[in-house]
Design a protein around this ligand. Structure first.
Ligand code: DAH
Length: 340
């Protein structure tokens, strides 16, 4: 057998016998490396006659190609085997339980608030806003609370250091200052609701130092108590989802309304429950806002959001709203699906 044929079959056998890339590399070096068998044969060509060199050279080139191809094929095969073995060992364990789905829950107060805004929105009201840190002027004075009036004390006010220009400041005790801000900023007709945080130094099962109010204000020509009554009835029946809900208007007192009333609703157990204060905007308040009381009249309503939310969802302690207890929230809160 000729050297070339022998070398070929020997190297091919060795290539086939390898079982790792390292072994294959050794075979390659032995045949094609600097001192490899084939390399040496090629170097030997220099010693041959031109005739021999021509035929032998061509044969050696064919052999080199054949060996290179065999080595390359085996290399790809071994690489694929290595990857497959790795993949077999490193599979992803999809049997692990998924992480718990973290779904947000809407607080009952937020849910009720959205409902209130939706109902008044349908009646044509727009939302107005005012600051939590309020000037004494907007919270009391402009609302017709005389300077030493006892109603100021009844509000259990949190006072703040005065503003740089010397204005007495406080945490607003009700949302009524937004009435003044709205009337001083624009012209009638006015039809706003305002909701937000309010503050009084008070704490028990039905009072929290921070709570929420809803303020309603309408100012227009020819506004009268019939409008006030109709608006409140419509709202209460929609909010409490009872078209036959009974309401009772009792005379009341607020410095900023005249006449004033307090409104009770007949609850399921047959008891009257007070839910809001209201009245016709006092002419002094209109004057304080440069609105002519002979031309315009208005009505206003103030309601505790916490209280109506407790009633609607059967929550008996107001403090639960603010305890951020997730178990409670999961029970009383609303999922996005439930909100429709
Ligand atoms: N601001 C009053 C309070 O917090 C509630 C209130 C009563 C608001 C009558 C009104 C109203 O707008 O007309 O006690």
């Amino acid at each position: 057998m000729d050297t070339i044929g022998q070398l070929k079959s020997q190297v091919i056998r060795e290539v086939e016998a390898t079982s790792s890339l390292q072994e294959l590399e050794e075979v390659r070096v032995k045949a094609l490396g600097k001192k490899g068998h084939l390399t040496l044969l090629m170097k030997d060509l220099g010693q041959k006659t031109p005739e021999e060199r021509k035929t032998l050279g061509a044969e050696l080139n064919v052999l080199k190609d054949a060996l290179t191809q065999a080595l390359d094929l085996k290399k790809v095969k071994l690489e694929t085997e290595t990857i497959n073995a790795k993949l077999g060992k490193e599979t992803l364990d999809i049997t692990l339980p998924p992480r718990p789905d973290q779904k947000g829950i809407v607080h009952p107060l937020s849910h009720a608030l959205d409902e209130v805004i939706r109902i008044f929105g349908q009646m044509g009201f727009v939302v107005a806003e005012g600051p939590d840190i309020e000037e004494d002027f907007f919270n009391f004075t402009a609302l017709n609370f005389p300077p030493e009036h006892p109603a100021r004390q009844e509000h259990d006010t949190f006072y703040m250091p005065p503003s740089p220009d010397g204005q007495p400041l406080l945490l607003r005790t009700h949302t009524s200052p937004v009435q003044i801000r709205t009337m001083t900023a624009g012209e009638p007709p006015i039809r706003i609701i305002s909701t937000g945080r309010t503050y009084r130094s008070d704490y028990d099962a039905t009072h929290s130092p921070m709570f929420h109010q809803i303020e309603v204000l309408v100012v227009d020509t020819k506004t009268h108590m019939g409008h006030l009554k109709g608006c409140i009835e419509e709202f209460c029946r929609l909010f409490f989802e009872d078209p036959n809900l009974k309401l009772r208007f009792r005379p009341g007192f607020f410095p900023f309304t005249e006449p004033s009333a307090e409104v009770d609703i007949m609850w399921k157990d047959g008891k009257w429950l007070e839910i809001l204060g209201c009245g016709m905007v006092h002419p002094n308040v209109l004057r304080n806002c440069n609105i002519d009381p002979d031309k315009y009249q208005g009505f206003a309503v103030g309601m505790g959001l916490d209280r109506v939310t407790m009633l609607k969802y059967g929550i008996d302690d107001l403090r639960l709203f603010y305890e951020t207890d997730l178990r409670w929230l999961n029970h009383y809160g609303f999922t996005p699906e439930a909100r429709g």
